[in-house]
Design a protein around this ligand. Structure first.
Ligand SMILES: Cc1cc2nc3c(=O)[nH]c(=O)nc-3n(C[C@H](O)[C@H](O)[C@H](O)COP(=O)(O)OP(=O)(O)OC[C@H]3O[C@@H](n4cnc5c(N)ncnc54)[C@H](O)[C@@H]3O)c2cc1C
Length: 453
């Protein structure tokens, strides 16, 4: 399609919406979490208008153009060669005091929704990073530090307004278009444009077992060479619903041998937290800090992870168990990567150990991995495109080591942590669910306008 034709779309939009044709290298303007696989589109449209979004998607369907929706800008898969619908500026958020729910527009970020809930003595299921978009997180399933207490984000999803590829605006909830709601809750990123979402909030102090809206937060560090003892401890510990454990294998910025750094939130008293974490403290970490953090600040430590720019990818894999052999293989793969030197030092491996007992009580949506309590996410992070291949090899090596040598056996991947090379069954857990997702996609997006997993 010629530039002149796409600019004709501008005249169909209201004055509050803007259409821009990218001229300079697109990554400079896009300010995405990652520049990996960013594609320069024909046009970027910024809007806060549902009728304009309907116009854009109808135009795209008619002209066989792809549309990518952008909210918080943390995905590897949020650009295309057609139209980018950039909804980052649409960040209206409304708290409803009558039923303690929150309505968010597509640009609202995780930190903001925590803040608005926290002001009312309420909390929400959000991810680990304040700058990730709320809508997208809820559409993909949504894991976060409160998952052990509250389940997944989709378990707190009440309804959404969805514009499909035909331009139709649907209200989607368990009562209205329930079959669409079922797929939206987990695979919603592929169905259309969600212009508003209503989510549940939860009582803050009651959820956190506290009286002062704070969380116990511990940082505990070990040399990665202690991998066997740490793995033994982790595999023999069942964390309760009050504990959210994040573990990062990283290279210290000042250089030196790799480290395991635990970031642990505990919902209860300091004494109970220390009792629960005794096994870790008994291993004699090389550094430890513990403090109480206000709920609304509990994700602040993860801000570096949300930093925008450079090349980043996740290559997540779900685990039912950790083996010493697999974890040793992972550390070895990491040491091999670091030995290459150059710009690879920010790569690492993140583990999310989030008890899913509460989440397993729900069956909302098509998220397929409620049986998985351990997510491992090799994080590929570098600044030069020449490092693509070596970083990708590292991610594959980690997956392979952790899956005990055979990567194809029992491989499961949470779509929000995907690398892009997974099969539908790996993402959706079974052929049946994969077909359900594909069937709804085919029904609502016949021409494949929106993101395809
Ligand atoms: C640093 C970091 C931390 C993360 N932490 C967590 C975590 O703790 N828990 C977790 O579950 N996941 C987490 N994720 C994964 C994250 O949830 C997904 O990458 C999510 O898609 C990012 O949302 P976004 O709005 O920021 O990104 P965007 O790139 O803006 O959006 C990602 C995709 O979502 C779809 N989308 C966005 N907005 C809409 C909309 N309004 N309607 C329809 N589709 C839409 C589009 O397909 C888009 O390509 C994390 C990712 C990163 C990079």
């Amino acid at each position: 399609m010629a530039v002149a034709d796409i600019t004709s779309l501008e005249s169909l939009l209201s004055p509050s919406s803007t259409l821009t044709i990218p001229t300079k290298p697109f990554t400079e303007d896009y300010n995405n979490w990652t520049n990996y696989a960013v594609i320069t589109p024909k046009a970027v449209i910024k809007t806060t208008s549902e009728p304009d979004i309907q116009t854009v998607v109808r135009f795209a369907a008619e002209h066989n153009l792809r549309v990518s929706v952008r909210g918080g800008g943390h995905s590897v898969f949020n650009s295309c060669d057609g139209i980018i619908l950039d909804l980052a500026g649409w960040d209206e958020i409304v708290y409803d005091d009558d039923d303690d729910t929150i309505r968010v527009r597509p640009g609202v970020l995780g930190g903001k929704v925590m803040e608005v809930a926290g002001e009312r003595g309420r909390c929400v299921l959000s991810g680990t990073c304040n700058t990730v978009g709320v809508t997208s997180l809820y559409l993909s399933g949504g894991l976060g530090p409160l998952t052990p207490k509250l389940g997944m984000a989709i378990d707190s999803l009440l309804s959404a307004r969805l514009i499909t590829a035909s331009g139709e605006l649907l209200t989607v909830s368990p009562e209205s278009n329930p079959e669409v709601f079922h797929v939206l809750a987990g695979a919603g990123q592929t169905l259309g444009v969600v212009t508003e979402m209503q989510i549940k909030t939860h009582p803050l102090n009651e959820t956190l077992n506290t009286a002062d809206e704070t969380v116990f937060f511990a940082s505990i560090t070990f040399p990665a060479s202690r991998v066997a003892e740490i793995t033994d401890l982790l595999s023999s510990t069942k964390w309760d619903e009050n504990t959210a454990v994040y573990l990062m294998l990283l290279s210290p910025p000042e250089g030196g041998a790799p480290l395991f750094v635990f970031s642990i939130s505990y919902y209860g008293s300091d004494e109970d937290a220390k009792r629960i974490l005794k096994g870790l403290y008994d291993l004699k970490p090389i550094a430890e800090t513990a403090k109480r953090v206000p709920y609304v600040r509990m994700n602040d430590g993860g801000e570096g992870f949300g930093e925008r720019g450079e090349f980043k990818r996740m290559m997540g894999v779900g685990l039912k168990r950790m083996s010493v052999e697999g974890m040793k293989g992972m550390v070895e793969a990491y040491e091999n990567l670091l030995a290459v030197g150059g710009d690879l030092g920010k790569c690492g491996v993140l583990f999310e150990l989030l008890g899913m007992d509460v989440a397993r009580k729900s069956s909302i949506g098509v998220y397929a991995h409620r049986d998985i309590d351990i997510w491992c996410i090799p994080l590929l992070w570098y600044s030069h495109p020449e490092s693509h291949a070596i970083a990708e090899k590292f991610g594959r090596d980690v997956r392979k080591a952790l899956k005990g040598g055979d990567v194809s056996e029992d491989m499961v991947v949470y779509p929000a942590f995907r690398a892009g090379d997974e099969t539908p069954e790996e993402l959706w857990g079974s052929k049946e669910t994969a077909e359900k997702v594909a069937g709804m996609k085919a029904k609502l997006d016949t021409k494949g306008v929106f993101l395809k997993f």
